[in-house]
Design a protein around this ligand. Structure first.
Ligand code: ZN
Length: 411
């Protein structure tokens, strides 16, 4: 996607403001660089990226681009390790976020007649309050539950007649299972589920949808940009529409940093166009997706990114081809007699990269047949030749936490 005239104007204004900000993060980082009128696209793409690590180094309020008295709220991204990232919001930022969130609900057909059950967490984390303010702006009734306490969730869901569930995929699944176990489905009024976007399998999606009897929507966002609510899927379930009047979206090759054409998978990079408290220029999200070319059947003018296929940390480059775990999962899922467990070993032998793909064959399936099928499918769908190695089901390691599946032994 190329910068539109309006987006380029917004960026020029933003960069000029940041350039004047004494001691500001971007004044130091960009040294007054801006984008001109002759070739704004090239000027923009020549600006450096902003990384999560850099934001961490600005703790606590070093990223603030307004006087601190204009900050009305802060949120913090869940730092799994070390220092958290603090994102300051002005009054306008909080309002803009609610406007975007309201748009998400509208994209999902939620109306003022709906009752929105909010289970994402409240507090430093951006999730819960974003879901709440957007629904209130829309005029729907909010049931601000927060996470946990299944008993109370179900009681309120029945008594308040919640029609829209907002949740992570795992919590939605847990609630769906409890509802089934207790046989209370006829007392549940849910019609829609809005699920925070992460990579979650088709199987899980179908289970949640069928057990709750709802239509599911994906919502996208991250604390560093406003929070959830910067993109949402529509009824056609073909990616998530993103609000390009508030942000500019790019896809880059995570290894080289070069911009990729629409349709190609890479790392999502976001630039805020309207944010006051903590504007970000070319922020690397580490989320892997692609820009879906063309217009959506729903007629929305907003561009789409695809459902997330993973994180850049999981990506490897073999023989010039970028490989993501999500792609391998997708290929294996479509092959009969093969389980979803796999492991990849990448070695460098005699000047060549060798990629060995271990996978499990189900009982009774022909190992040789499965190996040939896997090799052909990977070649045609990912474009790389692998050494397929079928093992018996249960032989590959499993763990509750995220299992490491790709072992790069080349370096
Ligand atoms: Zn659409």
């Amino acid at each position: 996607m190329r910068l539109s005239g309006t987006q380029a104007d917004a960026l020029r204004e933003l960069l000029s403001r940041l350039g004047k900000l004494e001691g500001g993060f971007y004044r130091n980082k960009l040294g007054g660089r801006g984008i001109g009128h002759d070739d704004p696209q090239s000027d923009f793409e020549a600006l450096p990226f902003t990384s999560k690590e850099e934001l961490r180094d600005t703790y606590p309020l070093g990223i603030a681009a307004v006087p601190e008295r204009e900050i009305v709220r802060i949120h913090s991204s869940s730092g799994t390790t070390g220092t958290p990232i603090i994102i300051p919001y002005t009054r306008k930022d909080v309002d803009d976020w609610a406007v975007m969130f309201k748009r998400c609900y509208e994209m999902g057909g939620v109306t003022p007649d709906d009752r929105v059950h909010v289970t994402p967490g409240y507090g430093l984390w951006t999730a819960g309050i974003g879901f709440q303010l957007g629904a209130e702006l829309l005029g729907a009734m909010v049931i601000p539950m927060g996470p946990g306490n299944t008993e109370k969730q179900l009681a309120m869901m029945m008594d308040m007649k919640s029609t829209v569930l907002t949740a992570t995929s795992s919590f939605a699944l847990l609630l769906a299972e409890e509802i089934k176990k207790r046989g209370i489905k006829d007392k549940i009024y849910l019609k829609k589920g809005i699920i925070g976007s992460e990579r979650w399998g088709e199987k899980m999606r179908r289970r949640i949808a069928s057990e709750l009897g709802v239509k599911l929507y994906d919502i996208y966002g991250l604390t560093e940009i406003y929070g959830p609510g910067i993109g949402m899927s529509c009824e056609f379930e073909c990616g998530m529409h993103c609000w390009d009047d508030y942000m500019y979206f790019e896809i880059i090759d995570p290894k080289t940093g070069n911009n990729l054409p629409d349709g190609e998978i890479g790392e999502l990079v976001i630039t805020t166009l309207a944010k006051e408290g903590a504007p970000l220029i070319r922020y690397r999200t580490r989320d892997l997706t692609r820009i879906i070319p063309g217009k959506c059947e729903c007629g929305s003018p907003y561009p789409r990114i695809d459902t997330l296929i993973g994180r850049t940390d999981d990506m490897v480059k073999v023989k010039g081809v970028n490989i993501y775990p999500g792609q391998i999962e997708d290929v294996l899922r479509d092959i009969d007699g093969v389980s979803s467990e796999y492991q990849v070993m990448i070695d460098h032998l005699d000047g060549k990269d060798i990629m060995t793909l271990f996978f499990e064959t189900e009982l009774g399936a022909s190992k040789r047949g499965a190996e040939n099928a896997v090799k052909a499918a990977v070649k045609s769908r990912i474009g790389i030749t692998v050494v397929p190695m079928g093992v018996a089901i249960g032989e590959l390691p499993r763990s509750e936490k995220k299992t490491t599946r790709i072992f790069d032994n080349r370096y």
